[in-house]
Design a protein around this ligand. Structure first.
Ligand SMILES: [Zn+2]
Length: 263
């Protein structure tokens, strides 16, 4: 597939330098992810389109840095169709009518076909789009090179699902992954293995500090993330909670109010 990076131009604490969106040229001009609707993003998209008109936008998930650009894009290219896996409470914040896609659906895009891969965990509606012919996986927020992905367990995230999604994508063996943040990933297998090892190490550390007496998530955060900046403390707590919920679901930890203990 002939793919061009169209930069979202929306830097921030949660988006790094800003979002990547990907334009696929051909018979069905397609954009993967909508970013936030910065005028410079729309202009970049117009430049990539040239004389063509935008046919469709595929949205990896409903988080604002991926979906807020849908309405501005629809205003500029009114015939474009928007597709994503439904997450109704989030999708209804936008005026566009999302066409629902499900796991395994083939979506004609550019001059080829993308296969939809449901990869929940970071968000319940998270999709990757796989160009099976070329081996490229548009991976949204599944993986970010050199960083780890937030699992917002209080807002639809699930570490258990996330780990299963990572394993599923590893088994698809893409040759290259194009993420919504950061650089392209040319060795997906080893990056995903590194992610799985990182989460296993984190889980082992959480069990260790719980064995040493920590019961409250705030205490676990303090011991594991010493000196973490205040604005990242909430993210650290979300991460610890996602591990505790996974361990609870596995019967290895029990919870009583805000106190968690090893079973
Ligand atoms: Zn996200």
């Amino acid at each position: 597939m002939n793919t061009t990076l169209v930069f979202g131009d929306n830097p921030g604490p949660y988006t790094g330098a800003g979002n990547n969106t990907y334009f696929i040229s051909g018979k069905i001009p397609t954009l993967v992810d909508a970013a936030t609707g910065q005028p410079s993003h729309l202009d970049g998209l117009a430049g990539a389109l040239g004389a063509a008109s935008l046919t469709q936008v595929l949205v990896t998930h409903a988080h604002p840095d991926h979906a807020d650009g849908c309405d501005p894009i629809a205003a500029r290219w009114p015939t474009a169709v928007f597709r994503k896996m439904p997450w109704l409470e989030r999708d209804t914040r936008h005026s566009v009518d999302f066409q629902p896609v499900a796991d395994g659906d083939p979506i004609p895009a550019g001059d080829g076909t993308l296969r939809t891969v449901h990869t929940p965990g970071h968000a319940p509606d998270h999709l990757c789009f796989f160009d099976e012919a070329g081996g490229t996986l548009f991976c949204g927020d599944l993986v970010v090179l050199g960083s780890s992905v937030v699992i917002p367990s209080s807002r639809g995230g699930s570490l258990t699902q996330y780990l299963a999604s990572l394993r599923r994508v590893r088994d698809l063996a893409p040759a290259r992954m194009l993420p919504a943040h950061g650089s392209a990933i040319d060795a997906p297998g080893s990056v995903i293995d590194g992610y799985l090892e990182h989460r296993q190490r984190r889980e082992d550390q959480i069990i260790d500090v719980m064995r040493a007496g920590a019961r409250h998530p705030d205490v676990i955060v303090e011991r594991l993330y010493q000196g973490v900046r205040a604005e990242l403390r909430l993210l650290a707590k979300e991460s610890v909670l996602s591990h505790l919920i996974k361990l609870r679901d596995e019967g290895r930890v029990r919870v009583d109010g805000e106190e968690w203990a090893l079973s």
